[in-house]
Design a protein around this ligand. Sequence first.
Ligand code: ASP
Length: 319
Amino acid sequence: MKPLKPVIVVHGGAGNWHPERVNPGIEGVKKAAKTGFDVMLNGGSALDAVVEAVAVLEDEGVFNAGYGSSLTIEKTVEMEASVMEGKTLRAGAAGLLKDIRNPVRLARIVMEHTDHVFVVGEGAEKLARLFNLERRNPITELRLKYYEQQKRALLEGKFELPKLAELVKNHPEIFDLETVGAVALDKEGNVAAATSTGGFPLKLPGRIGDSPLIGCGTYADNRSGACSATGVGEIAIRLCLAKTVCNYMEGGKTAQEAVEEAIRLVNERMTGIYNSMGLIAVNTRGEIGAAHNSKHLCWAYLTPEMPEPEGALTAKILR
Ligand code: ASP
């Protein structure tokens, strides 16, 4: 079968979407899918496409990435992002970013202009200065409002992290996980993935999630496909989830079978903790996949035979 090319899938995060942000969320993922797809139609690579798609989402203000990132327990922002290219297995990531407008662009700089894969904190800030990356205060009124609500609820739960599972069970609406990500297959048959986040709301300063970790939140390999994850970062880290999805695809599963199998694995192995995950994937045949065990997964995709991107708030739900 001839691969369907180019193809892009983007997500705007798993979790519970507040009704007030459903429309902007779906419009945002559709806009990002269209932007990334057009990049590839105009000769850009899958890498260009995922970076531009994620940059759109980082600028929207409705997602937990870039402008509008979640706040740490200390009311600060620490953003992180990663990119990976399937042809060469080159990858780049940046973390603990305070005010870089588009963390995904810094991740790409780490990949293309350093000998490293992951740079955080002061070093990452310095690199951003060297490359004149734009700055923007990522804190929005909406996030400040959520922060106050979340902190109040956390304090009522006695403020201990082991209480988090219980807390979220009683107040699922307070933990919106709206990390963003994109996976694409370009006309040359190369895949790429990118993921960007403000991290888990009320995280401890210094906490790194799955989104910038290659193999956990992001993975791409031309031998299989590409995957971007969203949800509780600690779960994706413990299961190396994005790489696991790619392994399933390399083993012969379709992209949809692979993300479903990975969510089943999450459900089987990650018990007794707050568990909310979402996955998107594309394989080298241009087949796409999206699955989650969270209530929602805001996502969109675009393929050559579609006039416009399709966006939705749920995909295949496996509980
Ligand atoms: N995976 C992200 C993290 O744990 C959160 C999210 O997907 O919204 O940092």
